[in-house]
Design a protein around this ligand. Sequence first.
Ligand SMILES: [Mg+2]
Length: 267
Amino acid sequence: MIGRMPSSFRAAVVADPAGTLLALDFDGTLAHIVDDPTEAYAQERGLAALGRLGAVLGQIAIVTGRPVRQALELGGFVGRPGFENLIIYGQYGAERWHADSGDVGDSDRPEAIVRLAELLPTWLAEHGADHVRLEDKGLALAIHTRGIDPGLLETLAPPLRELAAELGLAVEPGRQVIELRAAGMDKGQAMRELVAETGARQVIFAGDDLGDLPAFDAVDELRSTGVAGLLICSASTEQDALVARADLVLDGPDEVATWLENLADEF
Ligand SMILES: [Mg+2]
């Protein structure tokens, strides 16, 4: 662990749990990253601690690049005590789910994504990359190279950015994955929405990858309006962009779980 939760922040959370929002990224933060992303289950200790916190804090949320349905499958949140009020933002905020209603809601597939899905297999073959794993997320397409060809993304990223620009899509780079999706929503927007809705006075956000930076920006902005914020980096050897921005650097999902347990022990 590098850094500490400031004692004033801890005291504010303990004194005002109902005014506290705790939002976590999923992959690399609550779940270990594994070669097969369909096997990236939430870490059990972290899940148990998050449930304990869900029972006392004003709001808990998962803010992830995954579709909500996948986060639900891998998270195992439904039916667990403490998750009755959970909100999940999926696909970087393009989808939203609340445990109350259980609805994911159907968003229309953007026309540019329809076109991309048609042309991407050929495009990848032309770029010597037809061995990647292509994931169709509905509102986005993701190209995964983990366990397949670790260095390939560096070569693919520049032409993919050109392709995205031609189609008017946003590029979301991650740990051995690059995603093309519609512009306009990001994790920062999700965090601003959550704070506006809940009126949270203390905000905690934890993430591990580049897609979490907009949420870090949002928490920094909120701090300037008087909301207390705590930014946590779930660190890895693959990505260090969040380290300098974080108040607290934890060693991956295991140490995130321990930190959540310690916070839950306050109540
Ligand atoms: Mg992540």
